[in-house]
Design a protein around this ligand. Structure first.
Ligand code: NAD
Length: 515
């Protein structure tokens, strides 16, 4: 679909007419920012195309907002904060109940938007939006989850209480691979706790948040409570340096996570940064190979391997090796790659032509490092010739010490390795840079407990390939997969988005007025 770049007032002010505009081949030229309760053009001089990764069609353009746009949003959020924090929490969560209803109402359109801009299948996009909504539901429990605690009579007639108060302006910096879900790990909790928020989506996938903000706009939140700034590095660095922004939540690659963590901390901010991953999966000889391969295939190839919890590294133990590798080859060959909006498609493209080239180069490099490419997904025959398709790929005999074995590929590529026992497997799990997720497939409770106990990762799967924490659990991470201490989602999110204040009180009778 060719975007005709026609600005219409209807498309600007009525978000759902945008969907109609899209289907009519008509859309706005450039995504706008949303600041202080209104859509505002960025002052950017540079824009980038937002491209459907399956078809190669340009959907819209995204501005690379400069620091001045971040400043406007931060000032607006700071102005809104004093009044918003005084809105009773029971009233603040009413906006979340309404948001949940709107997200349900527009669920299919949001899922289609994710598929169009990020390339995943419609089923995967629906799963993503379901988890986004679940976070709104959990954040609506704010009246309970922001409670503090107290002790009476810590000394004679003296009481001590801990209360949680909001921080102020909080910013979210998101990656490309979950344009609908990841901002929801943070902002519903931030605003429920009485903070105001700025979202900076990935410049590769700004359209889903544009639609979410159209819904937020219709909630009539006080202006400045929720703000959207589109852009790339300059906008990120402006967030990290801005004196009015008190907390930063980041999800993306480890290199950027470390940059964000260090620079924001250097400015005295509270920071939580999720980074990259390898997500090893261990197959013991007592595992049910048929179900393990089904589950691992979905983990490795689902979302074209661009899930932060995608298994990209299988460690088979002893005699599990050959049956698992043979079954995985069959699963990889059978997976249907194509455009996520088309029926029957099980896997979409990777995000950009550069990502496709990078994944292909890493497969080349793995072969040079000694791997056998037993299923080769390079240059698949897909009818969309401008799409960034790489089909499922399997590498065997890749040395554990090779560069590719240590590199996050972020594409549909699974390397399969062999070790002799579970101890060796756990050693491999614990020896990499990343500690996002590790999974074990077994029928032994004792092995499962050992693995859960010893694996140095934030999320563990036992006979589960994508151990994605529900919204009422923290999305954890270890080593270079996470910098910080408090995570997104659930109770952790309320801890992150509030500061504790401790009050020690004495009210001697003599000071009290007698009635
Ligand atoms: P990325 O690091 O390239 O970008 C993330 C965000 O940082 C974007 O908003 C981008 O604009 C900004 N950014 C990029 N480079 C920057 C720089 N040099 N300075 C300042 N800002 C910069 O990540 P991505 O490619 O969008 O996302 C994929 C990565 O995210 C993968 O590594 C994946 O594992 C990781 N991820 C991790 C989790 C998790 O929970 N651990 C979840 C999702 C994605």
């Amino acid at each position: 679909m060719e975007c005709a770049r026609v600005y219409t007032a209807v498309a600007r002010f009525n978000h759902w007419s945008r969907a109609a505009a899209w289907s009519a081949g008509v859309c706005e030229a450039t995504v706008q920012n949303y600041v202080e309760g209104a859509w505002r053009p960025s002052s950017a001089t540079e824009t980038l195309p937002v491209v459907n990764p399956a078809t190669g069609e340009e959907l819209e353009r995204v501005p690379l907002s400069p620091a001045a746009d971040v400043d406007h949003a931060a000032q607006a959020a700071a102005r809104a904060y004093p009044a918003w924090r005084r809105v009773p929490v029971t009233d603040r969560v009413q906006y979340l109940f309404k948001l949940k209803a709107l997200l349900e109402e527009h669920f299919e359109d949001l899922a289609r938007t994710i598929t169009m801009e990020a390339g995943k299948t419609l089923t995967e996009s629906r799963g993503e939006m379901r988890r986004a909504i679940e976070n709104v539901e959990v954040a609506a429990a704010a009246p309970i989850l922001i409670q503090g605690y107290n002790s009476e009579d810590i000394a004679a007639g003296i009481d001590e209480i801990m209360i949680r108060q909001p921080l102020g302006v909080c910013a979210v910096i998101a990656p490309f691979n979950f344009p609908g879900m990841i901002p929801f790990w943070f902002f519903p909790y931030a605003i429920a706790a009485g903070n105001t928020s700025i979202i900076k989506p990935s410049e590769r996938v700004p359209l889903t948040m544009e639609k979410v903000f159209a819904l937020l706009d219709s909630l009539r939140l006080p202006p400045g409570v929720m703000n959207l700034v589109n852009g790339g590095r300059e906008a990120v660095d402006a967030i990290l340096d801005h004196p009015l922004i008190r907390a930063v939540s980041f999800v993306g690659s480890s290199a950027t996570a470390l940059h964000v963590y260090s620079r924001a901390a250097a400015h005295g901010k509270r920071v939580q940064c999720q980074g990259g991953a390898k997500n090893p999966v261990v197959i013991l000889p007592d595992a049910d190979v048929a179900s393990a391969t089904d589950i691992v295939a979905d983990s490795a190839f689902g979302c074209a391997g661009q899930r932060c919890l995608a298994s990209s590294f299988a460690i088979t133990v002893g005699e599990a090796s050959r049956p698992f590798a043979d079954a995985m080859q069959a699963r990889a060959r059978a997976r249907v790659t194509g455009y996520g909006l088309d029926d029957g498609v099980q896997m979409g493209p990777v995000i950009t032509p550069e990502s496709r080239a990078r994944v292909e180069q890493l497969i080349d490099k793995a072969a040079r490092e000694g791997a056998t490419v037993t299923v080769d997904g390079r240059h698949p025959d897909v009818k969309y010739k401008k799409g960034n398709f790489v089909a499922p790929t399997i590498l065997e005999d890749l040395p554990l010490t090779s560069d590719v074995a240590a590199t996050e590929i972020f594409g549909p590529v699974l390397s399969i390795h062999r070790v002799d026992d579970i101890d060796a497997a756990i050693n491999v799990v614990n020896s990499g840079r990343y500690g996002n997720q590790a999974s074990l497939f077994t029928s032994s409770g004792a092995s499962a407990r050992k693995f859960r106990y010893e694996a140095e990762v934030g999320n563990v799967g036992i006979n589960v390939g994508v151990a994605a924490p529900m919204a009422f659990f923290p999305f954890s991470g270890a080593r270079e997969s996470f910098f910080g201490d408090l995570h997104g989602q659930g109770r952790d999110a309320f801890e992150f988005f509030t500061q504790q204040k401790v009050v020690v009180e004495r009210w001697p009778k003599a000071w009290s007025r007698k009635f």
